[in-house]
Design a protein around this ligand. Structure first.
Ligand code: KG4
Ligand code: ZN
Length: 344
């Protein structure tokens, strides 16, 4: 028996991701993004994203097959993100995956997007196998979640998630306040490079010791965003220029501080000396540096997959399904739909 060749489809947000893996080996990872179409709105527009997926899917599948040097007939199983994410966007991927599985007469695996982010780690060819248990911090424009992974295919527990904005969303909104373009994360990162992170003390939501002591690992970034809005408004009202670099650096520091503090608090509380990072916000240099530095001091080993596997992609979805197949899990029936709030 050979390792399964799995084609994964990811359409939960604005990236149309098609990935092909054989067992734990990455063969291709094709991504078409509709980000440019959302730029003028300052955030992802669900209807626009869904239409873009419909147009991008077929060419993305063909490109992924070509890159992997396989044909559709070689595919052993189809995998798709069934949630969480934007309902309309998810539906396009789920519909395509069902059509593909039925027409090829192959098993279909519906998987959870967040668990998929964790599975991305398996495809990191240079890294030793993922050890359990591990805490995972997933941070993107759509989610900010802290998970305890005892086993990728059977036991993933949600420890906390954002109660309002995702961290990436906060970057995007604050960039807007600072009159920087979308997406805001890279822009704020760039502006922050010359700023003073201690210039303004912005609030760290839900990160009092008492929050953690009560085993609450939820995040909140809307208070921080409001604080930045108030600060910039007052500065402009006083006829002064907003010190963009200092605001960006101080804001970024607040986000990074909260993310790392809570992730390491969970590692300590559960006695887990391993932390896996994922999601598009991991592109943030400061987040990676602070996580590595503070985790090192706490004796926690940090894993960061290559960035192309951290942002939304189809390969992580295929990788998760491949693990499910190799652990003997039965495929999904065709009865599932898209679930925008699918729990882990
Ligand atoms: O995972 P991703 O590509 O797509 C989803 O949101 O699902 O993440 C995109 C998010 C955006 O909010 C973007 O502003 C943020 O990640 N981001 C960053 C950086 N690069 C991208 N945030 C902070 N610092 C960065 N360098
Ligand atoms: Zn994601």
């Amino acid at each position: 028996r050979h390792d399964p060749l799995v084609l994964g489809i990811e359409t939960s947000c604005d990236e149309t991701g098609i990935g092909i893996v054989r067992g734990r080996t990455l063969l291709s990872n094709t991504i078409a993004s509709s980000m440019d179409e959302h730029a003028r709105y300052g955030g992802v527009v669900p209807e626009v994203a869904a239409r873009a997926h419909l147009e991008a899917l077929q060419p993305a599948i063909e490109a992924a097959l070509a890159e992997a040097q396989v044909s559709l007939a070689d595919v052993d199983a189809v995998a798709v993100t069934s949630g969480p994410g934007l309902a309309g966007a998810l539906m396009v991927g789920v519909g395509a995956a069902k059509a593909l599985a039925v027409s090829l007469d192959r098993p279909l695996y519906a998987v959870n997007h967040l668990v998929g982010h964790i599975a991305a780690d398996i495809l990191d060819a240079g890294a030793p196998p993922l050890e359990y248990p591990t805490v995972a911090l997933l941070v993107s424009g759509g989610h900010t979640s802290l998970l305890l992974v005892r086993d990728l295919t059977t036991d993933v527990e949600l420890l906390g998630e954002t109660v309002d904005d995702a961290a990436g969303e906060a970057f995007d909104k604050v960039a807007r306040l600072l009159r920087l373009p979308y997406p805001g994360g890279p822009e704020i990162d760039r502006a922050a490079a010359t700023g003073d992170p201690t210039a303004i003390r912005f609030p760290r939501g839900l990160s009092r010791a008492s929050d953690m002591a009560a085993h609450r690992y939820d995040f909140s970034f809307s208070g921080l965003k409001t604080a930045v809005a108030r600060w910039t408004e007052q500065t402009r009202a006083a006829g002064q220029e907003v010190p963009v670099a200092d605001v960006a650096a101080s804001f970024r520091e607040a986000v990074v501080d909260v993310l790392v503090t809570k992730a390491l608090a969970a590692c300590e509380a559960y006695g887990v000396p391993r932390l896996l990072l994922g999601g598009g916000v991991i592109a943030n240099r400061r987040l990676r540096d602070v996580a590595l530095e503070r985790a090192g001091a706490a004796g926690v080993a940090v894993r960061i997959p290559p960035l192309s596997l951290c942002t939304d992609n189809g390969a992580m979805i295929a990788a998760l399904a491949s693990e499910l197949i190799m652990s003997g899990r039965r495929p999904s029936t065709l009865a599932f739909g898209a679930d925008s709030t699918l729990p882990v």
